[in-house]
Design a protein around this ligand. Structure first.
Ligand code: SF4
Length: 421
């Protein structure tokens, strides 16, 4: 049986306008010590990597030099040798050359839960970004190792909120609010340390699928919410709940009182951290107008990490899972303009040829951090596993894991209001 080999560089990138010509190169060039401290080519290329973020050592040369076909053969052979001892998880935003080797494909939380169905796997190889591997470690057994093929695959949004800044913010807020209860809510796209912080302070984790139900949970327990790191998900969700914009001040961690007056903070219901996703902030109302002008029947769906004006101008907004299900359920011949990461949009367009599906942003600009996972890194970590070596393991300390699990369990206990009896 022959298996088709797809090139490690997406051919579509070569024929279309891309946000950076370096996308044609191997991401290991970005692991070299002389490279600038940014996430490299892609939508988050100009975001700085925080100093505490783990860095990838140089990928062994034999993987850098291998052809695409050789890398795929190495991966298949190592997987066959390891059998049930390994499970490979692939995030929706991951490139197809990696996704073709995944046992499960989904969003970060779906994948962490999918790994639980494979308790016999000694190793969980997470082809996503750092916070996702941490979450998988939180939800896996003590005997399992979670591996991130490229340690430099962080998430620029998650890195915009660090524990020190959040603790500093918390101190300032509790000084102002006194006895009132503030509930901290962290988006899944955050470090395990922040999940631990919210677990310790009566707070909770949310995803883009359950953010509204989680905010309702929070307001049953407190007067105000501190929401981090994504301002857009927080604003879009709170606005849909009827909270006015003047009750949602932005907290800039680099300014005293987050850049607000005491009066503004006293009026606040939801404090929004100054974080964003560099991929989703690229979407604009002008792109939606253009799509509607060209395709009058188009259905515009955007991810709620997009700016408020974009969500307001779209026909619907929702998580990656929501987007996938909307396309699956549509009658043949539908036209969709999608506001989310390009790898998922291109995959959906290939999987559903009965529809016209395109990305709102005409410039091909993938998530830089996902881009750091390449078949070369996957081949490397799998061959090391065959040799008995666990490399690039992500493990969350016990001190952080216990409260972080509490925050995740609170999230799992939340039932959306529409489902309440
Ligand atoms: S798409 Fe945005 S939020 Fe998702 S991993 Fe990339 S930078 Fe982070």
């Amino acid at each position: 049986m022959t298996t088709s080999i797809t090139p490690s560089v997406n051919l579509a990138l070569q024929n279309t306008q891309s946000c950076n010509s370096e996308l044609q190169q191997g991401p290991w060039l970005l692991d070299l010590p002389e490279m600038p401290d940014t996430y490299g080519p892609g939508a988050s290329q100009s975001d700085l990597i925080p100093a505490q973020t783990p860095r990838q050592q140089v990928l062994p040369e034999r993987y850098q030099r291998a052809s695409d076909e050789e890398l795929h053969e190495k991966i298949r052979a190592a997987k066959a040798t390891l059998g049930d001892r390994v499970v490979i998880l692939g995030h929706f935003y991951q490139r197809d050359e990696v996704i073709q080797h995944a046992d499960f494909v989904g969003d970060s939380f779906q994948l962490a839960r999918a790994a639980k169905t494979k308790p016999q796997a000694e190793a969980i190889v997470f082809c996503g970004v750092h916070f996702m591997a941490e979450t998988a470690d939180l939800l896996s057994t003590a005997e399992q190792s979670v591996i991130l093929p490229n340690l430099a695959a962080g998430c620029s949004m998650a890195d915009m909120a660090d524990l020190d800044s959040v603790e500093d913010c918390w101190e300032q807020l509790t000084a102002i609010y006194g006895d009132e209860t503030i509930i901290p809510v962290t988006y899944m796209n955050s470090s395990a340390a922040l999940k631990g912080f919210v677990g310790e302070h009566g707070g909770i984790v949310c995803t883009s699928s359950n953010a509204r139900a989680v905010l309702e949970w929070a307001f049953e327990r407190g007067q105000r919410v501190l929401f981090f790191p994504d301002q857009h998900l927080g604003r879009n969700t709170a606005k849909a709940m009827g909270i006015s914009l003047d009750q949602m001040p932005l907290w800039n961690p680099n300014k005293p009182l987050g850049g607000n007056t005491v009066a503004e903070l006293e009026n606040a219901k939801v404090l929004l951290w100054h974080g964003f996703c560099s991929v989703h902030k690229r979407f604009s109302v002008a792109q939606i107008d253009k799509a509607r002008a060209e395709f009058p029947d188009v259905h515009v769906i955007v991810h709620p990490e997009s700016p408020m004006a974009v969500v307001d101008a779209a026909d619907s907004s929702g998580s990656t899972d929501f987007i996938v299900k909307a396309i699956q359920a549509a009658p043949a011949g539908s036209t969709f303009a999608i506001g989310t990461e390009i790898n998922l949009v291109q995959r959906l367009a290939a999987q559903y040829p009965q529809h016209t599906i395109f990305c709102l942003d005409p410039v091909i600009c993938p998530c830089s951090t996902m881009y750091r996972i390449h078949p070369g890194y996957l081949a490397w970590v799998l061959e090391e596993l065959v040799a008995g070596n666990v490399i690039n393991q992500i493990s969350v300390s016990q001190a952080v894991a216990s409260p972080a699990r509490v925050a995740l369990e609170r999230m799992l206990s939340v039932v959306p209001s529409t489902k309440k009896a």
